[in-house]
Design a protein around this ligand. Sequence first.
Ligand code: GLA
Length: 742
Amino acid sequence: MKHHAHATRLALAIAAIFATPLAAAPAPRDAAVRYDTAAHVFRLDAGKVTYAMGVDPDGKLQTLYWGARLAKDDPLGPAMPAPERSSFDPKGALSRQEYAGWGGNITAMPALKVKLDDGNRDLILRYDSYRIDHGALDIVLSDKQAGVDVTLHYTADDATGVIGRSAHIENKGKQPLTIDSAAAATWSLPSGSDYSLRYLTGTWAGEWHLQTRAITPGATVLESRRGSTGDENNPWFAINRGGAWNEAQGDVWFGALAWSGSWSIRVDEDILGQVRVTGGYNPFDFGYRLKPGESLDTPVFYGGYTGDGMGEASRLLHRFERSRILPGGDNAKLRPVLYNSWEATEFKVDEAGQIKLAERAAKLGVERFVVDDGWFGARNNDHAGLGDWTVNRTKFPNGLKPLIDKVHGLGMSFGLWVEPEMVNPDSDLYRAHPDWVLNFPDRQRSEGRNQLVLNLAREDVKAHVFEVLDKLLAENDIQFLKWDYNRNWSEPGWPQMAPDEQQKVYVAYTQSLYDILRRLRAKHPGVEIESCSGGGARVDLGVMALTDEVWPSDNTDASDRLAIQDGFSQAYTPAAMMAWVTASPSWANKRALSLDFRFLSAMQGGLGIGANLLEWTDADNATARHYIAEYKAIRATVQRGDLYRLLSPQQRAPWSATNSVSADRKQAVLFAFQRDGEEGRAFPTLRPQGLDANARYRIRYIHGAGAPGTPDAASGAYWMEHGLDLQIKGDFDAAGVVFEQR
Ligand code: GLA
């Protein structure tokens, strides 16, 4: 942190900033950060959002407002402490602090709790100074006596109104301390409303279930104690005012935490009816030592608001992820049509077999060929080989080169599966370095899928993992890695460290993972990476900043997948969501589905094929060629357009429908699915959204047909208001429609 000017000293400079009309500022965006010295109020304006906080007479920084954008000169503040209710709820105890230390009479959930080595655990963070730099705001809070400084960092994205918050915690004192818990941020919602919460739950092959519950006095904790993001909960939330969830209307506050280690997001409603969302490192088993001069950075907790319902909340997040999180931003490449061998061959990969699949895939229009698990070490099943990232010479006698050359010759890029953070005890790596895994000495090492977790927090392990992958990418002409991670942590000891330093593993491991990804990307800029974790157990804004796509679930049944994809889309953009067409009946549930249904379902994300193409008939191949060609014509709209959820497939609903609209609104694509055609009931009239009401759109069916009398062309208004009736009948029928401006 460079010079933090004190408020008083800066008064003149600030007056100068106010004197400059914002409209005259050279930057094209009009996100603004302002400080009102008189009222002691900080204010961020971005997109359709205003966020304000102020310093109360006791020096505490309090949230004043988060919601729809206000007029520039609207009065906000001054901040005042929460009033006394009784001796049990004294003045200030429940103040809406931006980032509260645990100390004084506070009874609200604190953001930071520390313990000094002399036993003192009292931390009162008061305003110290601020700095505005390139549209970002830093506010320093300090407890001088305890010797703790916290710099709160704020960014605001004008395109979406999404605000990023994180904290830098520094030990400025003379004695070591331990951080017991550290949040990235506390978000306070306007008081006194009837709120409800949405969040995501899941399990392997059943991720992304959307849950809704009323927010009542008490706490709801969403979390992972697994060492990684996990799929039990995902680090995302949405809160609706009024409790009636609607895709198109209503106030929604939402947020997502950019962290791939153990995390927690806690939603509290206190006795004053105030709702706070506190998220960051999971306090469970946390303990981070800071010697004098040392510091800890929290992850970033992003938050947004819209008055236009849940659909808009998702679209804002999608846009934010596409332009601000995912590598490449607005210039990122579209997801190529991919083939993956896993469901076709499992561990039985070899040169001849993969070449046969590649030849078939190329003929269908596939653009990327990926060899999944089984190509390395003694990997004939999941009992051995992880950690030994050298080509299995029985399966590939001449190395990977002949296959890679063949794949390139067929016009496709080449990708490979890796699971770099894991080791099978039955591997050369483990035999050489049994101390490299997370473990407590002389205790059991619990296995998951016969594997243990390498402790990336160790510098030697981190260096090894980087070198192995760097060599793999340097020696082979590879364009893509599917980066897998197939178990939770257990016995998370780091015995090489002093006992009181070992819990740093929760932070250091994930930082090492990010560091490895960052360095690999920098050194091999042509390589794209997918984050996979036995399906969707590592999807978050932290890993997405360093990977190009994610794998939402191992469940590839196209009907189950509708709900999985719908849940995913609440928080994450289809631009990163891979979806494969696989065999029917599905391994997941024995359900048989037409190839049409399977393609249309997968075309809602980044299209891939995971079926055994040697079993496909000429008719199947012709069907696949049709859909792949259609997909290429609409994928920019699907991946980078605005998504509207028309019929929700959650809770085993019989129907599902979405439409996506390109940014220029020249193209839209609609997908409709019927899972259950009971009693021959009519499929609902679909009213696509987001079209230009005044433009004329011609429609084309990728699959299916309109009801008799459906026009070929009509205005956007007609399609959005009159709607479209499709001929969808019986179980598992589906349709796809393209709207094109003419
Ligand atoms: C995990 C992944 C699958 C596949 C297997 C390979 O389960 O999610 O897609 O790669 O590992 O072992």
